[in-house]
Structures are given as structure tokens and as C-alpha cells.
Design a binder for this molecule. Structure first.
Ligand code: HEC
Length: 260
């Protein structure tokens, strides 16, 4: 898909965007010609990473879900084994400090909590703004375009479930809603909880796979960073019609209310 954005091909833009950190500002703050270059930067963190057993990460996440819900559950799947393997700062890491991010932020159905959960750990260990951005971007693609959940628990805790669905978005409400429609169950059911528990395991495992590759020097981003902003001219996903129906507005380069 070679979207034209203001006469410049997306590909050309992406090449430039690699050098830009404050991506969301690109298309709202001014014309493309005036984009300032701001490279990624490193930061320090005392949270170290050692390769994890991906299956163990999945199992811990799955088992934690029914108490901690999506965000803190993914954190637990990664942090609990890191406490054993690395120790140090992980020992005091407050896994439950992020529980509020469940249900798309305290039940508001916004961003599925699994990804910020993974992103918190990714950001703590990678020490580089661009690597963390790449990984979280890859994770959002994985979450949105994979049939999930594929995780199969050894011992089912709540319920058998039949369906896997493609969310098409990292938005909690749409993701869980599509699955509920396929499965024919309500939100406050054991089956739905089971689905989100398995999904949490999938996301924690995918994050562990990326971090394992990274610590070996083998992590390569699978997707272009800031793809959606650049392709669509607005922070977005590629599901415009889910909400706008047929009449998807074309993003303006600038709006009168913004200073140029
Ligand atoms: C989750 C729902 C949702 C999705 C998905 C979505 N939008 Fe929107 N978008 C909105 C809402 C709601 C507004 C506010 C518009 C209003 O209230 O009139 C908006 C506003 C906008 C605006 C600014 C208003 C304007 O007329 O200039 C643009 C541009 C836009 N969307 C483009 C897109 C594009 C392009 C996509 C797909 C890449 C997309 N949207 C996907 C819900 C969505």
C-alpha cells in the first residue's frame, strides 16, 4: 500500500521518520519541510534483562490474570521470572501499581492493557527510545492482526473457549467485542475472562520473544515505526471505517486553530 501523503510517498516519509523521535508532532505541528530532526536517545535504568523461558512467561501470565487482569498480569509474566533470574531492582518492582490499566484503562475500553504492560517492561530494559518504540509497535501489529488467543493452558482455570478472533485494532472494546460476538458470550462471563487470560499470556510471550532476541543482538523490527501516523496523517490504525463508516475525513495538514 503506497499511500500518498501530501504529495510525498509514505516510503520517502518513513525513511525520514526513522530519524524523528517526536513522531506525533510531525503532521500537526507544521509542514513536512520543517520537520526537525530529533534522534532517538538512550537513558539509564537499573532494570536488567536475562533471557526468559517463553512458556514459563505464558503460564505465569495466564495464572495471574484472574486476580491482576490484563496489564499487571503481563507485567507479572515478565517480572516474576526476572526476579528469579536477575533479581536486583526487579525484587521491589510494584507489579500491582499498573492494575488500573485493565479493561482499556479502568474499564473505559481504550487501549488493551496487555500492551502497556509489556511496554513498561520493554521500556525499563531496552534503554533506548527507538528500540522500545519499535518493539511496542511490533507488538501492536501482532496483537491486532493475529488470530488470538492461541495460548493453550495445561490446566484450564475458568472455562473452555472455542473461538480465536482478529482484533484488527489494539482497542480493548473492539477487540473483546469481536471475540464476544464470535463466542456468543457476555463480558462478565468466565469464558470472556478466560479469553483475556490467554490473550495476556500470548502478549507476554511475544514480548519475551522479542526481548530474548534483543538481548542476543538479534532483534530486528518487523514493522515501520510511526507507520500509521505517516500513512494516515493522524494518529490512527488502519480501520477508519469501523467508526467513520463510508465518510472517512481526509486529514488536513494544518487547522486554523493551530499556530503554524
Ligand atoms: C475508534 C474510532 C475511529 C477510528 C478507527 C478512526 N476514527 Fe477518525 N475520528 C473518530 C472520531 C470520533 C473523530 C471526531 C470526529 C467528530 O467528532 O466529528 C475522528 C476525527 C478524525 C479526523 C479529524 C476530523 C476532520 O474532519 O478532519 C480525521 C482527519 C480522522 N478522524 C481520520 C481518520 C482516519 C484517516 C482513520 C483511519 C486511518 C480514522 N480516522 C479512524 C473516530 C475514529
Amino acid at each position: 500500500m503506497e499511500n500518498k501523503t501530501q504529495g510525498i510517498s509514505r516510503r520517502e516519509l518513513i525513511l525520514d521518520a526513522g530519524k524523528i523521535a517526536a513522531g506525533a508532532a510531525i503532521l500537526t505541528a507544521g509542514t513536512l519541510g520543517s520537520v526537525k530532526e530529533a534522534a532517538a536517545y538512550k537513558y539509564s535504568s537499573e532494570f536488567k534483562y536475562k533471557k526468559l523461558d517463553v512458556d514459563e512467561v505464558g503460564r505465569i501470565a495466564y495464572e495471574n490474570y484472574f486476580k491482576r487482569w490484563c496489564c499487571s498480569t503481563v507485567i507479572a509474566g515478565l517480572v516474576e521470572p526476572l526476579r528469579k533470574r536477575v533479581g536486583g531492582a526487579w525484587k521491589d518492582f510494584p507489579i500491582d501499581a499498573y492494575r488500573w490499566a485493565h479493561g482499556g484503562m479502568a474499564g473505559w475500553g481504550a487501549l488493551c492493557g496487555t500492551m502497556p504492560g509489556a511496554g513498561i517492561v520493554i521500556g525499563l530494559v531496552t534503554n533506548d527510545t527507538d528500540i522500545a518504540e519499535d518493539m511496542v509497535n511490533d507488538l501492536a501489529f501482532y496483537y491486532s492482526y493475529t488470530e488470538l488467543p492461541t495460548y493453550e493452558p495445561k490446566k484450564i482455570i475458568k472455562s473452555e473457549i472455542k473461538h480465536k478472533t482478529i482484533a484488527g485494532t489494539p482497542v480493548c472494546h473492539i477487540s473483546v467485542g469481536r471475540w464476544m460476538r464470535a463466542e456468543g458470550v457476555g463480558f462478565l462471563t468466565d469464558a470472556r475472562a478466560e479469553r483475556c487470560a490467554r490473550l495476556s499470556a500470548n502478549i507476554a510471550m511475544e514480548a519475551a520473544r522479542m526481548l530474548n532476541a534483543w538481548v542476543d543482538g538479534r532483534y530486528k523490527p518487523r514493522h515501520e515505526r510511526l507507520y500509521n501516523v505517516v500513512a494516515n496523517g493522524i494518529t490512527s490504525q488502519n480501520n477508519c471505517r469501523d467508526c467513520h463508516g463510508q465518510y472517512v475525513p481526509t486529514p488536513n495538514e494544518t487547522y486554523d486553530t493551530l499556530e503554524k
